[in-house]
Design a protein around this ligand. Structure first.
Ligand code: SF4
Length: 342
């Protein structure tokens, strides 16, 4: 996806227009000629156009619901942060292995919350409770927040809010390259800007509706030059023909783009591909033509919470992945920190 996301259909929930962001969005979408509807609650967003589930799923992913975040109790977000900060849910991307397919169930539309100041005030309270400890907030647990931020600028607001806080840090990850409006945000080094990257083969085959690798890397270069602490999540690491070269090439391209002074503080997170039985069923329903390899018998079963185990790569394959990726990271980014391999 080269162009920034534009919804096909926008719903407004009651009271959303009482917030400045709500009315700004209404004006913006009217000017853009996007169809606007009003709903008593996002739960009522049922009669989306489309003849079948397959079509409705696709329409939902280009539908935006503008509403208010009622519960200001944040979920925990271990291990990468203490809390998930809720600015949006859902995503316009179509990654075949997206975790939102299982967590969002029948409501794959995108929601954005306009009571941003209330959400930030709640974050301040969490920071206060944990003081003098630092509190980290993850903004991409339930959406790809960068993917819609060119419309809302909520993330920009949050980056500047944390830029002024001593005891809080913000982090998020994205597969989109539409970052220009975030480059001049006064982040004060308090936000870690992470990109989800992968071998070209994986992005091309399994991540429709997101930015191509070259664009993500170019955006990472801009973000680094804007002084943000940078991070990369290589996920899901997927074994395919020529995967060693594919991932090597990824690191080579990162190396070619990133300025030297950004390399003192770069983090990597490595996550191997995994799936659960329920996720497999949903993936095959939403993306019936997928080439994604989901053969339980080829994998190692790992017991999980609530009796839902996951299928990961075999022990030797895991060791092979770890060894290769770690050596690439060390070769190109000797000062980078590997946060985890899972
Ligand atoms: S970009 Fe992220 S949140 Fe969006 S569909 Fe892909 S994996 Fe899911």
């Amino acid at each position: 996806m080269n162009k920034p996301f534009t919804p096909q259909l926008v719903y407004f929930e009651p009271n959303a227009l009482e917030y400045p962001l709500g009315s700004q969005l209404k004006e913006k979408f009217e000017k853009m000629g996007v169809e606007i509807r009003y709903t008593t609650s996002h739960n009522q967003v049922r009669n989306l156009p489309g003849d079948n589930d397959f079509q409705r799923y696709r329409i939902a992913k280009s539908t935006l619901v503008v509403g208010i975040r009622k519960t200001l109790k944040f979920d925990t977000s271990k291990p990468s942060a203490e809390y998930a900060i809720p600015f949006a849910t859902g995503c316009m991307g179509h990654c075949h292995y997206c975790y939102l397919q299982t967590t969002m169930g029948t409501k794959p539309y995108i929601r954005t919350y306009v009571n941003v100041e209330e959400i930030l005030e709640a974050a301040d309270q969490y920071m206060e409770e944990r003081a003098p400890e630092m509190t980290r907030f993850e903004a991409s647990c339930t959406s790809d927040i960068v993917g819609i931020d060119h419309l809302t600028h909520t993330l920009k607001r949050a980056i500047e809010h944390f830029g002024e806080r001593d005891l809080g840090k913000l982090r998020f990850v994205t597969k989109f390259h539409h970052v220009d409006h975030l480059l001049d945000a006064k982040h004060n080094g308090k936000t870690r800007f992470r990109f989800s990257v992968n071998a070209d083969y994986v992005i091309k085959n399994f991540e429709p509706g997101t930015s191509p690798l070259a664009k993500r890397i170019e955006a990472a270069g801009k973000v680094a030059r804007a002084g943000y602490p940078l991070g990369f999540i290589v996920a899901p690491i997927y074994l395919h023909e020529g995967w060693e070269e594919g991932y090597y090439h990824l690191f080579e391209r990162l190396d070619a783009e990133l300025p030297q002074d950004a390399r003192e503080d770069i983090t990597f997170e490595f996550i191997q591909h995994r799936f659960t039985k329920p996720a497999k069923r949903i993936i095959q329903k939403n993306y019936p033509m997928t080439k994604l390899e989901l053969d339980e018998t080829a994998r190692l079963y790992k017991w999980g919470k609530y009796g839902i185990g996951k299928y990961v790569y075999q022990k030797e394959e895991q060791a092979d992945i770890k060894e290769h990726l770690h050596s690439y990271m060390k070769k190109f980014f000797p000062k980078a920190k590997l946060e985890y391999f899972t």
